[in-house]
Design a protein around this ligand. Structure first.
Ligand code: HEM
Length: 217
């Protein structure tokens, strides 16, 4: 029980101030827009067709933008919910372990800060080449081609594709009460929620590329 509580505490803690990246570049390990990033193996045209395939429209862009003001002040609570779930689910927490097989507090804290940034980036997304290239970087960071490197983490070096895809449900389902905690009508909250589901789906599809056989994506 003590270990379980300590683990949840780790998830609730934002990264230490000293662990942050330069103020103008965002959280430690965050490299959106960095020219050294690899170019995504999918194009802006591929993205346009993917958006059409999930019925993602300009209206969704509008509702995502609106969601930022609702979610930003609640971001720590949203992260507590998401990390609370992962932290209390041993087969998922495993991917945050260190080489000694224990939850890695530093790694958890640093990823949490970038996860917070992801909430804002998903709301603000402009779907340009830099956005696409960072999608590919996030993809690589879940896969053995890139996991652990941004934080010098020492534990498991690969997250199975099935869990990356499965997490789409808890992440989007648990967001609705936070969107509803606003002055928007139920219909407007639904519109924001649907936009989030579609955006998270597009992103997790883009994150699946490194897991596929060449030519299958
Ligand atoms: C739809 C599902 C998921 C979403 C939206 C998501 C979101 C994110 C985000 C935003 C980051 C930080 C990206 C950055 O570095 O800027 C990240 C990294 C990470 N996620 Fe996920 N994730 C998902 C699935 C999973 C699953 C199933 C696990 C397994 C427990 C997981 C574990 C991790 C780990 C360990 C990192 C750090 C990777 C590294 O070493 O750089 N994620 N995720």
């Amino acid at each position: 029980m003590k270990t379980f509580l300590a683990t949840l505490m780790l998830f609730a803690l934002p990264a230490m101030a000293a662990d942050r990246g330069p103020a103008d570049r965002g959280p430690a390990g965050y490299s959106y827009g960095d020219p050294s990033l690899a170019t995504a193996p999918y194009t802006l045209e591929d993205l346009a067709l993917l958006k059409k395939s999930v019925l993602f429209s300009e209206d969704d862009v509008k509702w995502l933008r609106a969601s930022r003001a609702v979610l930003e002040p609640q971001a720590e609570a949203v992260l507590d919910t998401w990390y609370g779930f992962v932290g209390s689910t041993p087969h998922l927490l495993y991917y945050f372990h260190n080489r000694q097989g224990k939850p890695d507090g530093r790694y958890l804290g640093r990823v949490r800060e970038r996860f917070r940034q992801w909430i804002l980036d998903t709301a603000d997304a402009n779907y340009d080449q830099a956005w696409l290239d960072y999608q590919y970087e996030i993809a690589r960071r879940h896969h053995r081609v890139g996991k652990n490197r941004a934080d010098g983490a020492t534990g498991p070096d690969h997250i199975p594709a099935r869990y990356v895809l499965a997490l789409l449900y808890p992440i989007t389902a648990t967001l609705r009460p936070y969107l509803a905690n606003s002055d928007y009508s139920a219909e407007e909250v639904d519109a924001m929620h649907q936009a989030w589901i579609k955006s998270a789906l597009i992103q997790s599809i883009l994150w699946s590329e490194p897991y596929m056989n060449p030519g299958d994506f």
